[in-house]
Design a protein around this ligand. Structure first.
Ligand code: UTP
Length: 302
């Protein structure tokens, strides 16, 4: 079978990030650092690892720091090289995206995630593409998007990353309906065919507790649905509602990925991510393992 490629990824970064005010008054939420890298850099690194070649950012007011972050910085370069700090320059150099392979387009108003994706339509053309939400940070041995692209080789069509959430939290996510499957089947399989999808349903009416999180492989036919600019939950133009148009037309799967997802748009999720990523760093782990029990008021380490 011929390998299928996903070459382009959209990074919607046009949201207001109100849950992080006042930090996000003048700074984009996506520039919040987890340990020493901004959230958006983790997202771009995940995309690169999955073979993405073109990076499309849908930005908004006050988001220019993101553009600067992925640009070259000759002042810093000469300062670091002049001081012999080659290792630090290496870290900075890794952030620079190749000229011609990165595009920034503005979402004039934060009208919702679906609208942000629609804003990138002219830059996508007629090919499958990925969408990555930087505030869903995923710690995984194999990057989540890479896992999805591997699975998508067999399925084609559209695919969303999914995870089981507590039933009382369905009203925070897009939730998929996996329809009629043999008993227990949906619990076992990494790939789940999507028979329905609904944004933020009440727990009482939710079709399942399988939630969509911020990784998507999309077919460009989604733009026809987004073009209608229908308002959904919360008065926003929802990506979830447009995804529903795939059902019955092209293969559409949810993929339970291997890894741990942190909701870094939320303060507690962000703190958990910071701890998890710091504990995975050998130069910090020992110190943290020593100091965390003290902070938690538990047994004092000797
Ligand atoms: P969120 O639902 O977290 O919204 O968006 P938000 O505005 O960023 O944050 P809060 O809820 O006010 O704290 C999920 C993702 O979709 C992008 C955001 O930038 C984030 O990556 N987004 C959301 C847009 O690009 N445009 C929008 O209109 C809405």
């Amino acid at each position: 079978m011929m390998r299928k490629f996903v070459r382009k990824a959209i990074f919607p970064v046009g949201g207001l990030g109100t849950r992080f005010l006042p930090a996000t008054k003048a700074m984009p939420k996506e520039m919040l650092p987890v340990v020493d890298k901004p959230l958006i850099q983790y997202a771009v690194e995940e995309a690169r690892a999955a073979g993405i070649e073109e990076f499309i950012f849908v930005t908004g007011r006050g988001k220019s720091a993101i553009e600067d972050h992925f640009d070259s910085n000759s002042e810093l370069k000469y300062a670091l090289l002049g001081r012999g700090k080659l290792d630090l320059w290496g870290l900075v150099e890794d952030t620079i995206l190749p000229p011609g392979k990165v595009a920034y387009t503005r979402q004039p108003e934060p009208l919702g995630l679906g609208h942000a994706v629609w804003c990138a339509m002219p830059l996508i053309g007629n090919e499958p593409f990925a969408v990555i939400l930087a505030d869903d940070l995923i710690q995984a041995d194999t990057p989540c998007l890479q896992q999805m692209i591997e699975a998508w080789q067999d399925t084609g069509g559209a695919m969303v990353a999914v995870m089981d959430v507590p039933p009382q939290h369905t009203n925070r996510y897009g939730i998929i309906d996996y329809g009629q499957q043999p008993a227990g089947e949906s619990d076992r399989n990494a790939l789940v065919p999507v028979a329905g999808i609904v944004e933020k349903p009440d727990p009482a009416s939710a079709p399942s507790n399988l939630a969509v999180i911020g990784r998507y492989i999309l077919d460009p036919s989604i733009f026809t649905a987004l073009d209608a600019k229908n308002r959904g939950a919360g008065g926003e133009i929802q990506l979830t509602d447009a995804l529903a148009h795939y059902i019955g037309k092209i293969p559409f799967h949810g993929m339970r990925f291997d890894g741990r997802r942190f909701d870094c748009g939320d303060k507690v999720g962000f703190i958990e991510a910071t701890l998890a990523f710091a504990l995975a760093r050998p130069e910090m782990a020992a110190h943290l393992r020593h100091s965390l029990p003290k902070l938690l008021g538990g047994v004092m380490p000797r």
